[in-house]
Design a protein around this ligand. Structure first.
Ligand code: HEC
Length: 135
């Protein structure tokens, strides 16, 4: 790990939301999704894998931020579900990042599909079933 002892919490560090959820999705998540989708087939060469690598890492880290942004009106149970979807996106996007590092196309495709599956699962529950993204 990069941080063997994490001395401050995100609150103590002054982490804050810069804009609302809609714009977070539209300008952080959506462009990464679209870029992967455009690049993934046919199997890319090195620059293509590099693009996917960048998008995978960005999505994984953005999912870390997403975890803390539970909807205000959510019940405790819904908040736990929200966090779980965000964590699932982080894990699959992290695997996508690793697969792109290895330039392993079949693994890239599999982990990309898993990632989108979790995006959609959260949208199903928390965005009234809208935004069902096709991988
Ligand atoms: C933990 C829940 C959650 C996860 C995980 C999640 N989203 Fe979202 N997403 C939302 C919510 C809530 C909205 C609706 C926001 C609104 O309009 O208020 C949304 C909306 C969107 C939209 C529509 C934005 C627009 O401009 O209309 C896109 C595109 C999107 N998400 C992409 C993604 C992608 C890609 C992923 C996965 C890599 C993802 N989301 C994962 C909660 C989530």
């Amino acid at each position: 790990m990069w941080y063997p002892s994490l001395l401050v919490s995100a609150d103590e560090a002054g982490e804050r939301e810069v804009d609302n959820m809609h714009h977070f999705m539209e300008y952080v998540f959506e462009p990464r999704y679209k870029e992967i989708k455009e690049t993934i087939n046919p199997p890319p060469s090195k620059p293509g894998f590099k693009k996917i690598k960048s998008c995978g890492l960005t999505l994984a880290e953005a999912a870390n931020l997403l975890m803390r942004r539970t909807p205000e009106d959510a019940t405790e149970e819904e908040k736990l579900t929200w966090v779980k979807y965000a964590r699932d996106v982080r894990e699959h996007a992290a695997s996508l990042y690793q697969a792109a590092r290895e330039q392993n196309h079949s693994k890239v495709v599999a982990t990309y599909r898993q990632t989108i599956g979790k995006c959609n699962a959260c949208h199903q529950q928390f965005a009234d079933g809208k935004y069902q993204l096709s991988p």
